[in-house]
Design a protein around this ligand. Structure first.
Ligand code: GLN
Length: 536
């Protein structure tokens, strides 16, 4: 296996994850088998317990691992199957070292940062290598910025690892910022020089420097960076702000032939130039759409990053329909104050995403009601499905005060409630219903039709509460149809309202499996219905 390690300097939010993912895309299009992973230096064991305000979306893998949202980019930009081994945090590293120490595995030795903690990091690299014998290139992104205290052990582990596997098998890429000082009209290279100096202090000489820039990188600056950072000028690569979509990133990095530089460094120079026609066509469909729809996303975590995969899945489905999807972000607490009609107004579809806790819940319920009554296409995801059921129970089935026990323990009608095995769970980390599981589709339903007549599907979950089986009959009598049940426990996975042009709620997270050129069927159907609605 060959290894690419991607570090970042100067500031965070540079697009290091996108740069790493884009390199993955380019190498994959050269015919290489690529696998991606992320090392996150923070102390949480995983981001599952972090607030979306802090950390953005928690991305869930098939095996149920709750991971950093960059893994979402990896899965959208490359096809390698990721598992819990592909996201390592300091929390996991220390947890493992301490458990080994208590077990007596290190008996007789003083347990130290070097070698015991760094060894633990290298063990993970070896584990991933062993588990993926057919992979040609492993790309590992290191979270944070070089110079952060919490990242030091990771950098040191990589330095050692490169020596052990041979430097010819490793490519170090450092992503930095070239700020444009507007008043002087100049691009500044000093932060890049200093950040590379910091990396070299830690024993790592980058092979390639990726410079994030608003403007272009002129030859003078390229040479200057090359000289001060001790690399060849051709190995200083520009990563410009893309104009329309993140899917342009691989194409932008290709302009400076980054994939060529990488394969030359790691001895894979014989591979052909990447065949990017499909990718380019996909990007063109995003840039030059024929139609347009407006979708209200009625959430409560403000931040751009909290619903990342949903926005991406909407873009994929838009591209499929040659349609620009304009996203109107709605704060559900506004709905509570001013009403759904006032806040949402004229849109072509309403999507209520997942979430936790009581805040804003009545606003979400009102959004579902507005969509149902106004016959606007509705797509509820996880909590968005649960609120659709609550709304339907209250207003159609006349189950007064229906609610989820998450928000009202003693509700008269707990239409959404805890599964037996969730009762008594005390640890909050990694204890939800997590990861992919199989479910049946019921014939002659919208879901069945959207999935092209498939009998079973596998979708990823992340929730604690479920549709309460005691209420199935009453809700179905009211006209809501249950169109999918989990294979193992018979839990309700999809609900829909046949009397409505397009009303669907999924207990799982379809957004995690949508890809460019392979839009998720429910998202595809939703955007199709929104287009239809817009035409009328
Ligand atoms: N809070 C709900 C639950 O735990 C929904 C979770 C979600 O939307 N991801 O079941």
């Amino acid at each position: 296996m060959k290894y690419i390690f991607v570090t970042g300097g100067v500031v965070s939010s540079l697009g290091k994850g996108l740069a790493a993912a884009s390199i993955g895309t380019l190498l994959e299009h050269r015919g290489l088998k690529v696998l991606m992973q992320k090392f996150d230096p923070y102390l949480n064991v995983d981001p599952g317990t972090m607030s979306p305000f802090q950390h953005g979306e928690v991305y869930v893998l098939n095996d149920g691992a709750e991971t950093d949202l960059d893994l979402g980019h990896y899965e959208r930009f490359t096809s390698g199957e990721l598992t819990r081994l592909n996201n390592l945090t300091s929390g996991q590293v220390f947890d493992s070292v301490i458990r080994k120490e208590r077990r007596g595995d290190y008996l007789g030795t003083t347990v130290q940062f070097i070698p015991h903690v760094t060894d633990e990091i290298k063990i993970r690299l070896r584990e991933v290598t062993q588990n993926n014998p057919d992979v040609n290139v492993l790309i590992t992104e290191i979270g944070g910025t070089v110079g952060d205290m919490e990242g030091l052990l990771f950098i040191e582990a990589l330095r050692q690892f490169a020596l052990e596997v041979g430097k010819e098998n490793v490519c170090f890429i450092h992503v930095t910022l070239l700020p444009l000082i507007k008043a002087a009209g100049e691009i500044k290279t000093k932060p890049t020089q200093q950040s590379v100096a910091k990396l070299r202090e830690l024993g790592i000489q980058p092979d390639i420097i990726i410079c994030r820039t608003e403007a272009d990188l002129d030859e003078d600056n390229r040479r200057k960076i090359a000289m001060f950072c001790n690399v060849e000028a051709k190995n200083v690569v520009a990563f410009r702000d893309v104009a329309h979509t993140i899917y342009e990133c691989p194409l932008d990095l290709r302009r400076d032939k980054i994939d060529r530089l990488v394969v030359d460094k790691i001895g894979l120079g014989h591979t052909p130039a990447p065949a990017l026609e499909d990718w380019e066509r996909f990007v063109q469909r995003i840039i030059h759409p024929k139609h347009k729809v407006t979708i209200a996303v009625a959430g409560k975590y403000g931040l751009q990053d909290a619903y990342k995969s949903i926005y991406e899945a909407l873009i994929h489905a838009g591209a499929l329909h040659n349609t620009k999807v304009k996203i109107q972000r709605i704060d559900v607490e506004d709905i509570e104050e001013r009403g759904a009609r006032e806040v949402i107004g004229e849109v072509d579809g309403i999507l209520v995403p997942g979430g936790f806790g009581e805040r804003g819940i009545e606003g979400k319920i009102a959004a579902a009601q507005y969509a149902r009554e106004e016959r606007i296409p509705y797509f509820g995801i996880c909590l968005g499905m649960q609120v659709a059921v609550i709304e339907f129970a209250r207003n159609v089935c006349k189950l007064k005060g229906a609610n989820s026990t998450e928000f009202e323990k003693a509700t008269r009608h707990p239409v959404i409630s805890l599964q037996e095995e969730q009762i008594g769970v005390e640890d909050m980390g990694a204890t939800m219903r997590l990861g992919a599981c199989e479910s049946y589709l019921i014939a002659d339903t919208l879901a069945h039709q959207l999935y092209g007549g498939a009998k079973t599907i596998r979708e990823r979950h992340r929730h604690r509460y479920e549709f309460n089986a005691d209420y199935r009959d009453r809700v179905e009598e009211g006209g809501m149809v249950i169109s999918s049940l989990s294979a193992k426990e018979g839990l309700v996975e999809i609900v829909e309202i046949p009397a409505h042009p397009f009303f669907i709620g999924a207990q799982f997270h379809p957004e995690f499996q949508s890809k460019p050129n392979r839009a998720h069927p429910i998202f595809a159907g939703f955007i199709g219905a929104a287009l239809e609605y817009a035409r009328k």
